[in-house]
Design a protein around this ligand. Sequence first.
Ligand SMILES: C[S@@+](CC[C@H](N)C(=O)[O-])C[C@H]1O[C@@H](n2cnc3c(N)ncnc32)[C@H](O)[C@@H]1O
Length: 356
Amino acid sequence: MRTEFDPDRLPLAILELFRIKQGEMVSALMHLGARLELWDALSGCEPCTSDELAEAAGLRERWVREWLHGMVAAGVVQHDDGRFALTPEARVALTDRGHWAYMPGVYGPPLTHREIERTAEAFRTGVGMTWDEHGDHACHMQCAMSAARQESFLVPEVLAAFDGATDRLQAGGARIVDVGCGSGVAARLLASSFPAAEVVGIDPSERALAAARARAQEADLDNLTLEQGTFDDLDRFGPADLLVTLDVLHDLPRPQQAVAAAARSLAPDGWWLVADIKGRGDLESNLKIPLLPYMYAMSVFYCMSSGLSEPDGEGLGTLGLHPARLEEMVRNEGFTRFTPHEVEQDPTNWYYEIRR
Ligand SMILES: C[S@@+](CC[C@H](N)C(=O)[O-])C[C@H]1O[C@@H](n2cnc3c(N)ncnc32)[C@H](O)[C@@H]1O
């Protein structure tokens, strides 16, 4: 570690520190782009002037022009001779709803003053926030972050790689339980992909369930039900031929208890599909992960906070459930088969196939 102050390094260090603040502010501009439907409007009229975009979006030109200039500065929008267009890659990521890379929901809304205050208090008391305590926006953000990847990968790539699972789910009478279903993206997807199966989504958060119910109603599925509950209630919903747990285990105050509950509720020849973050176990190895500062920030405000939302919670955090740790946890509860699957385009998650 360096200890001596080097004045020559100061200007660059200050720039780097400002870049951190820049990320927060530009992220809020990106959020406005999604909320005001400027991305869709731009992709519909590009290359266009700020007047044309303002007209297409039904907004005031002076505000749209400043936003556009900010987007050019951020490298998201290109400009030439007074006309603006998304870069081709940003067009896919910000406007193509069917693509795995679709990501406008990642941008917000930003954390509220209340969440910052509550998190500062948690540093003193030790007790963090459940996902539900953040408010409505958190379950929408969570779902927006994972929806495109779940819709693109879960059935054709992940379940297709599970030995015999899709045949079992297509045959009549199979039961699928999505525990910690959040706003119900995967539960809806599974119910529509396997119409002969009965799908139950359970989550403790009424806010998340309200979003899940709205999503299910839109799809008009008669094989999907959504119920309030936690891992502790799994016995009521099993035995499951396919148990699904997507980005939940690292958030739980008592993850080992959850693994034990999963072991009890899985049918003897069933599959447990767990998706969790590609953490590597310690800071040194984690430093090789792209977007690591973002992940630790998510951990402090959401994942570790949730894992510490009960006194003496385990608090694994966003990166805390690496493959070796999960393998040990599931073998402790009598599972004998543990296979991590990787989806090439998914930088974030491992998908685990876990069986007795
Ligand atoms: C990060 S979100 C993931 C939601 C969803 N599976 C997805 O991929 O979008 C974690 C979810 O776990 C839920 N949860 C928290 N404690 C739980 C528990 N003890 N049992 C089951 N779910 C729980 C939260 O309410 C939240 O909806």
